[in-house]
Design a protein around this ligand. Sequence first.
Ligand code: HEM
Length: 127
Amino acid sequence: MQDFKTLFEEIGGTETIEKLVEAFYPRVYADPVLSPLFEGDIEDIKRKQKMFLTQFLGGPPLYSQEFGPPAMKQRHLPFEITPLRAQRWLACMKEAFHETGLEQNPASVLFYDRLIQVAAIMVNSPE
Ligand code: HEM
């Protein structure tokens, strides 16, 4: 019997993802550097992000079931993502980790490292 868990399970599954995403987007929409990019419905993006992060951490492939291949770099091309915006996105996420208590979980270090990597890939414009 194997006893390793996915990162999704390690961090507490759906309940943790829900809390994290709920804590994250109000910060993004309130951030003067990020908010000009977010013109869509906050509930819609929250739903997509919950599905994406579930899959990203090794949980069920909810995002792909509805939207197809993640292709995140490509989906972000319409938005001007500068190094500063990537930094602000990650800062909002760090605060959300703190607010939800996720940062107390040792697995959150791996999770955050993966977000740093993906955020860097999303950068598509100079400052
Ligand atoms: C680096 C800074 C980032 C910026 C500035 C940014 C910005 C955005 C914007 C403006 C949208 C569209 C929102 C809308 O529909 O109104 C979006 C969508 C999305 N972003 Fe990001 N993003 C960043 C990084 C990331 C990262 C690191 C991830 C995943 C780990 C991610 C996952 C998503 C997902 C899942 C969507 C929804 C895609 C869809 O429409 O199906 N983003 N992002």
